[in-house]
Design a protein around this ligand. Sequence first.
Ligand code: NAI
Ligand code: MG
Length: 356
Amino acid sequence: MSKKILILAGDGIGPEIVAEAVKLLVALRDRFGVDLEMDEALVGGAAYDATGHPLPPETLAAARASDAILLGAVGGPKWEPLPIAVRPEKGLLGLRSGLGLFANLRPAILYPQLAAASTLKAEVVEGLDILIVRELTGGIYFGEPRGVDTLPSGERRGINTLVYTESEIRRICRVAFEVAMQRNRRVCSVDKANVLECTELWREIAIEVGRDYPDVTLSHMYVDNAAMQLVRAPKQFDVLVTDNMFGDILSDAAAMLTGSIGMLPSASLNAERQGMYEPIHGSAPDIAGQGVANPLATILSVAMMLRYSLDEPEAAGRVEAAVGRVLDLGLRTGDILSPGTRRVGTAEMGDAVVAA
Ligand code: NAI
Ligand code: MG
């Protein structure tokens, strides 16, 4: 049965970069027999303009009925005066919570052709290929009680609560181990088990889940050390698994090891392996409509979709290899341009990947 992909182009450069990913999906379907159907819907500012809501009910329903969602980006200055409840970003959060996308996978891969784009020394990042698995729908971002109250003394007090149930920890650890089985069979679980009981439980469950994966080596690291190690010697890692807040912070740090934000894809998965795939960057209003945005983060998000939601690992490998070949040819959008390379626009880059 063919897989249903919902395309949500969104705002700013979203439609430009998503158009290139769609070209690629069409080529995979027509030339390599990847069995898929595509449908489009509105999200973000585009949806607000058309319907008054950043996540119209029909978009959420279409998302629920699809095997995978490809999202460009949402937001922009035009919608900033709006109240938070109808801002474009609310549409994205609504999709994440509405679909229960608890597992956020953020690879940080340095393409050797782009070594000069990293702020770190070449020998530290050369060959970097790590994956952060971040819990996305629990932890301190969602725990109760929360808020700011006033003590009898009149002093105000801010409260957030770090809460995880065993099953929440178990399911994210399982995702990490499953992914590790397709990679180098190493998982590092990041916690603060020396101080926080909740993450002591995290460590316990990680060990328990690990027993089901005897081929995967499990290690543990405190989050403060993990932050340091990511910058000092990131190649020691393969898969890192961690909670919502630690993952938020560590994945941004890891992303920047690789140079341009225009290169980094992401996947957010739920229990049914349904996934939403998107570049980690935003709608880049400063370059929107000019045809200069880098479509590779979105194209690499398609590769993740093929691997995690469509059971097409071979096609995923093909896409990643094609990106490598295009970089070998010296084609670069403005964000990754360096001396001796050739500047191309969004569509030319997309065409080159399809050709490769
Ligand atoms: P941004 O990621 O859109 O842009 C940051 C800088 O990176 C800009 O200079 C932009 O031109 C550049 N950039 C981003 N993607 C690029 C690409 N593919 N190729 C070349 N250059 C690229 O972040 P910013 O400016 O903070 O946010 C702009 C809007 O996007 C805001 O409305 C924000 O809320 C929204 N946003 C949406 C996200 C999403 O939809 N997932 C994530 C982050 C921000
Ligand atoms: Mg963040």
